[in-house]
Design a protein around this ligand. Structure first.
Ligand SMILES: [Zn+2]
Length: 142
């Protein structure tokens, strides 16, 4: 995986936000995932009358990857929080749970601590160091 592919993920998410939600004042988000064959999938979450039925921006891309049978190797979620300001959102716990089915090496975008608009790419196991299934890993401390 090349750094340019990772940079393209955040750009693809921003592009989807801008095309799907052209009013720059609207707070909207989108996600992008990189597959093992270089394909970038994007998705965004629809609003629902009952907010408890909404889901994460990543879900559409994750489901499409599953339909294609391609592993996800990187994921980014972006929120346009104000005009021309796009912040990186770390994957939530449920999305990390979904992504880890593709292995602990999946790279995810987290916000740079000094500038939330810049992604820092970390492996999923770094984003979730106390993953619940680690107690069953083969190299655990006894
Ligand atoms: Zn999520």
């Amino acid at each position: 995986m090349r750094e340019s592919q990772l940079d393209a993920l955040a750009s693809a998410a921003r592009e989807l936000i801008d095309t799907r939600f052209p009013d720059p004042n609207d707070v909207e988000g989108a996600a992008a995932m990189l597959l093992d064959d270089g394909t970038i999938l994007t998705s965004t979450s629809p609003e629902a009358l009952n907010p408890s039925t909404q889901f994460c921006h990543e879900v559409g891309a994750f489901a499409e990857a599953h339909k294609r049978g391609n592993p996800v190797i990187a994921s980014a979620c972006v929120l346009r929080e104000s005009v021309h300001r796009y912040v990186i959102l770390s994957p939530c716990g449920i999305c990390m749970e979904r992504l880890i089915t593709h292995g602990p090496d999946v790279r995810v975008a987290v916000p740079e601590p000094t500038d939330f608009t810049n992604p820092r790419w970390v492996q999923l196991e770094e984003a979730h160091p106390y993953y619940w299934r680690n107690v069953w890993s083969t190299d655990r401390a006894e």
